[in-house]
Design a protein around this ligand. Structure first.
Ligand code: SF4
Length: 401
């Protein structure tokens, strides 16, 4: 994808896994051919940004060599299969994720659908492999599957509250593929703009045909809260401020680990360091670049690219967000936007700051509550190189959550 500051190149980790050697390769590419940051997305992808036209072929070929993207561009355009980071290699969750990932590439890539007379699935459509504890229950997906603790397998559709139980992993995968293919065909028959999410066509899904091997079940458990940085049984969850990993910091971490050590990607813009000595390693990390515990105030802010990298930005949104992080109330989340376009706006945001300009040297910061119609927005002058308006911290405290 092309953006104002060059190409954005996305890597979709298979089974959420990237090893230390691959992270080192990503960091080296970020330092040599892109912006020196590795971005974590909300669905567990990673991306490099700011790649020049002339550097794109070399970058892609090095990502293929590092086994970070498939050599076959058609396979890379198959719908994403997001995966929980909480599994043990070769356990039933991992086997299910591997089985589904292979089936999606073989049977739902654009060329496979084209052979059946269908257009490619929309880029918003995705599948998700959850764990038995349903840790990813709060992450939206069109098709969610999991290996249950009782030996069975589950499937949930869109935002439907109920689910279907399968006795066999292959039956579940086949059903998921058939439903995705049904959606690919059914959306083409919709007049006007075709829907991009399965949820829109769920009422017309032929359940009897597509789910004949499944047993309908009741309501799914309530969605789990996002997993925050800190120690877990499987390793240590590490956050990166604003979801952006400093490439030099990653290079140092990756170089300190055995090449095959996994640093899995989570859907909460964080990493799971799968190392037996994670506590000792975490203690040595540079706190400027890593968030290692759930109390870190930087977890309460997000920001768009902002200046200097976005030509439309009036302010350095990321710097402002980090400066204001200690003033955001504990249950709040502040999103800072360099202009009124609100790229990458977090759905968690309870308060917003965006910048506008009324003349080349008159930049304003607008602060208000997110998603609360009628809540007044306060406008404050901003001067590059000066301290932020003194009223902002108090204002953030006073905004409704
Ligand atoms: S919101 Fe505006 S300033 Fe921020 S990245 Fe998007 S266009 Fe650029």
């Amino acid at each position: 994808m092309r953006s104002e500051d060059g190409w954005i190149v996305r890597v979709r980790p298979v089974c959420a896994s990237i090893n230390a050697e691959q992270w080192a390769a990503l960091a080296a590419l970020a330092l040599s051919l892109a912006h020196p940051q590795i971005e974590l997305t909300r669905l567990g992808n990673v991306q490099l940004r700011g790649v020049a036209d002339a550097d794109l072929p070399a970058l892609l070929s090095q990502l293929v060599a590092a086994r970070l993207i498939p050599a076959d561009a058609d396979a890379d355009l198959a719908p994403p299969v997001h995966c929980t980071p909480f599994y043990t290699v070769h356990d039933r969750t991992h086997q299910l994720a591997a089985l589904l990932s292979r089936a999606v590439v073989e049977r739902l890539c654009p060329s496979a659908l084209e052979r059946q007379g269908m257009a490619a699935l929309p880029s918003k459509f995705g599948l998700l492999v959850d764990d038995a504890a349903r840790s990813l229950g709060g992450v939206a997906s069109d098709l969610r599957v999991w290996a249950d603790a009782d030996g069975g397998y589950g499937l949930a559709l869109g935002e439907a509250g109920d689910w279907y139980r399968f006795a066999d992993a292959q039956q579940l995968v086949d059903a998921a593929i058939h439903i995705a293919a049904w959606f690919a065909r059914a959306r083409m028959a919709v007049s006007g703009k075709p829907p991009t999410r399965l949820q829109a066509l769920l009422p017309s899904l032929p359940l009897d045909t597509l789910l004949q091997d499944a047993v309908p079940q009741g309501a799914q458990p309530p969605a789990a809260a996002p997993v925050l940085p800190g120690q877990l049984a499987q390793g240590w969850v590490l956050g990166a401020p604003l979801g952006r990993i400093d490439a030099l910091a990653m290079q140092a971490l990756a170089a300190s680990l055995p090449a095959d050590t996994e640093i899995r990607v989570t859907p909460w813009r964080s990493l799971l360091l799968m190392s037996a000595d994670a506590p000792a390693r975490v203690a040595r990390l540079d706190a400027r670049h890593w968030m290692t515990d759930a109390a870190d105030a930087r977890l309460r802010v997000s920001a768009c690219t902002g200046s200097p990298r976005c030509a439309q930005a009036h302010v350095p949104a990321q710097d402002i967000a980090l400066q204001l992080a200690p003033h955001v109330p504990e249950r709040g989340h502040l999103h800072v936007s360099g202009c009124a376009k609100f790229c990458a706006l977090s759905s968690d945001a309870t308060s917003l700051i965006f910048a506008s300009t009324s003349a080349p040297d008159a930049v304003w910061l607008h602060a208000g509550a997110a998603g609360q119609p009628g809540c007044p927005t306060v406008r404050l002058p901003y001067r590059a190189g000066s301290a932020l308006p003194a009223e902002l911290p108090t204002l953030l405290h006073d905004l409704p959550l």
